[in-house]
Write a protein that binds this ligand. Structure first.
Ligand SMILES: Nc1ncnc2c1ncn2[C@@H]1O[C@H](COP(=O)(O)OP(=O)(O)O)[C@@H](O)[C@H]1O
Ligand SMILES: [Mg+2]
Length: 376
């Protein structure tokens, strides 16, 4: 329809495993014209299956079952956001589904990244053409397969003459550096963000996450623990690099805790994990000349974390993407809506300057919708 934006849905479930984000984006000639967002929790017993798989346990049948069950949940989330926007599935060009990462192993002799949430079921249930499996082509082309959002960040947030940095504070943190000139964007995973804080909070407080960082704020940084954590070789490696819970997990934290002569108080560990994220993110930004930093992802809602990031970058303005009119919770989902649009336009989705791939590549497979929605 003339004058109507092209509607795409992005579906995202990140390493925090806090649920599914569905973002419906209207792309017009001038950029994003409208968007809606909804978050859904996982259906009963799915979270524990996902945790098991992500810990490299579970059988092939558990993997297959979780893939199907999550596909259904992703489809429900897509339909929910469509209804919220007052649209029908026929109006949607395509869904871009990131899926749920169960393993991301780019250091393996046969590097791979495995996401589940069966796109056949998403296309069948919603009727909407579905694009999925975004990461593996980049890896096949010599890249890390991650982070993939930087191409979208740079498309959306580029500001002529200003070097901007977008920080996504998900389970893992990643940064995108967007020069204000023709230079290509850069970016990488900086290390852990919410994932370890969530784990520690669940274990000691029984809550899925540290609401507003209040518990962390009640503690003090344990300097020997911070020094030990910062000694991890990942932090000093040069990009391109990406990571996940295969490396930064409870065993990693336990190993570092066990080297200390005295066990720190739990709230001090929480505060130290927050500091670890703030230090690793800002160290990587401070050497780049970025003038403006914008925070997205769930960690953007953690005030002590945002304050520490701002304090460690005294010469830089630090804000959330809300200041640019984009809900921090929507950014990663919107990136996969954009990647689906790139796929349908046969345009590249990766940035070799970020992932290390040999060349730009068209990313993702296409699962056609039902009659009336056969967009490809
Ligand atoms: N109000 C809040 N206070 C502190 N942390 C929050 C808040 N809201 C969200 N978070 C954190 O954000 C995480 C989810 O972030 P998200 O961007 O969805 O990560 P992922 O992409 O890994 O799923 C939660 O697990 C939690 O740790
Ligand atoms: Mg999430």
């Amino acid at each position: 329809m003339e004058g109507q934006p092209d509607w795409y849905i992005g579906l995202m479930s990140g390493t925090s495993m806090d649920g599914i984000d569905a973002v419906l984006v209207g792309f017009g000639p001038e950029g994003i014209e409208a968007s809606w967002q909804t978050s859904r929790s996982y259906p009963d017993n799915l979270q524990s299956k996902l945790e098991e798989l992500a810990s490299n346990q579970g059988t092939p049948s558990l993997l297959g079952e979780a893939d199907a069950q999550l596909g259904d949940a992703f489809a429900d989330a897509a339909l929910a956001v469509t209804e919220k926007a007052g649209l029908t599935p026929e109006a949607i060009m395509a869904i871009g589904s990131h899926g749920q990462t169960v393993q991301h192993r780019t250091e393996s002799p046969f590097p791979f990244s495995l996401q589940i949430a069966d796109p056949n079921r998403i296309a069948e249930i919603t009727g909407i053409t579905t694009v999925a499996d975004f990461r593996r082509r980049d890896i096949a082309a010599g890249g890390q397969g991650a982070p993939l959002a930087p191409a979208f960040h740079s498309w959306l947030f580029r500001s002529p003459g200003r070097m901007r940095c977008l920080v996504n504070l998900g389970g893992i943190a990643n940064i995108t550096l967007i020069p204000g000139d023709k230079r290509p964007p850069r970016g990488h995973d900086t290390g852990p963000a919410n994932r370890l804080m969530d784990l520690w909070c669940r274990r000691h407080q029984g809550h899925p996450f540290d609401y507003n960082g209040e518990w962390a704020a009640s503690g003090t940084v344990c300097a020997p623990l911070l020094a030990s954590l910062l000694g991890d070789a990942y932090f000093s490696r040069q990009p391109p690099k990406s990571t996940g819970r295969e490396h930064f997990n409870e065993h990693w934290l336990e190993r570092h805790l066990s080297t200390l002569p005295d066990a720190p108080r739990p709230e001090d560990v929480q505060r130290t994990l927050l500091e670890l994220t703030a230090v690793t993110v800002t160290r990587d930004i401070s050497i780049t000349g970025a003038e403006e930093v914008f925070l997205a992802g769930g960690g953007a809602f953690n005030p002590p974390l945002a304050e520490r990031i701002a304090a460690l970058l005294p010469k830089v303005s630090v804000d959330s993407t809300a200041a640019l009119g984009v809900d921090p919770q929507s950014v990663e989902g919107a990136a996969f809506a954009w990647l689906a649009r790139q796929r349908l336009n046969n345009a590249p989705g990766n940035l070799p300057s970020v992932t290390g791939a040999f060349e730009p590549r068209v990313l993702g497979g296409v699962w056609p919708g039902r009659a009336g929605n056969l967009r490809y």
